[in-house]
Design a protein around this ligand. Sequence first.
Ligand code: FE
Ligand code: ZN
Length: 512
Amino acid sequence: MAKDKRMGLKEKYAVMTRGLDWETSYQPMDDVFPYDKYEGIKILDWDKWADPFRLTMDAYWKYQSEKERKLYAILDAFQQNNGQLNISDARYMNAVKLWLQGITPLEYAAHRGFAHAGRSFRGAAARVACQMQSIDEMRHAQTQLHAFSHYNKFFNGMHGFAHLRDRAWYLSIPKSFFEDAMSAGPFEFVTSISFAFEYVLTNLLFMPFVSGAAYNGDMATTTFGFSAQSDESRHMTLGLEVVKFMLEQHEDNVPIVQAWLDKWFWRGYRLLALVGTMMDYMLPKKVMSWKEAWEIYWEENGIALFNDLSRYGIRLPKHHEVATKEKGRVTHELWSTLYQYGNALGLHTWVPEDEELDWMSEKYGELFDTMYRPRLLHFRAQEETGKRYFNNRLPMVCQVCQIPVFFTEPDDPQTQCVRIVEWADTKHHCCSDGCADIFNREPEKYVQALIPPQQIYRGEAGGARDIFEYAEWLHLVKDVDTGEYHGSPDHLNWEAWKAELPTPQANSDEAA
Ligand code: FE
Ligand code: ZN
């Protein structure tokens, strides 16, 4: 014991990740670790794996429990002080609903996925890194649920997120993304989640949500965001580490990794359409536009990262230039889709206010003024005459990313982009060349995808015969959880609560 006390962190880490590991003798190593070879990744020396954080288990628990104590102290204070009244506007809550329904289940899926990947690697240091991330991700799911549970007392649409995630057409976008990764091999899983998502694209996810929360007075989300940030830096490092490790171990790994980067860049980018739309449309106080975020976090940082990786023979991900061409349109295209299909959505949609439209004109220029502003104004005019527009059918969605095929041709924002792919006498629809490439590389995988709108039309969604019965099957109450924001209970409650509140002036008088 005395000797143990003198051991430094570096030594403890070496013991945990090297000294305590052994080669099995009763069973062949390939039987004990059946999944880490079939993807074709060749590892010559697992000891070359170096984790820059060198975190030991005791240090990990100590560090995490300190963060946990601080977080829950703030959440308690937030609840006792009716923090829900300090948000910018009740429309903001729809960003939180989207996070709860779409992203929190991904945190839990990441917990499961990393536990599985961690079990699969025969290198102990990689197993340890995955195990810690697995625990982090469970904590992320829990802290988000605890933070959001307070809002659930005051706003609609949050009561059945886990039920919704498995049934709702729009939530199959994030769900299918993660399940695609979880059903791949362990190396592809960490490449997709740790590298493509956490390292390359996470700034586009976390920055807008957490800064957006801070800008809009949502201290609960801001606090768990900051509490998760130190974990995120560890996760990002794991992502970069695993990719460099594979590339350095064997040159045969390079084309395999490249194909994964092509695939997961595109899948991650498509998923972020939801985040971009949240930034541009759901934040009453805007942080930056999707277009600006894309320019900073992809066109500058992302491309610089890939230039660094070129010494390993890695090139920029396929179709990245298409993503850049779309930066001025995806959020407007997606919002009008969500707006139309609002009767089957567990959050509200609306036409932005005039100042917001002006902000969009400033950020998106002529394209917005000629194509999207007129459509939004048309929607508003219809609403004002009592004919709020809904599309009460269900959209045809992409067989790969599961987003409705509303995107437009890379070089023509006026033409819908649809690609038809074929496999074994069946035809499937894709939203883009990026998704068609992913389908064509593994058609056996994607033909099995569960596509909610098709399920519904086949009568497999609780026997629902139309969009309203489908929404009931989702446990969504019409016009309470779904539909237009203006006039919804969330909107009316918010106005009533605000009317009762003393003005800030009266507050400071009392204090004085
Ligand atoms: Fe997480
Ligand atoms: Zn797609």
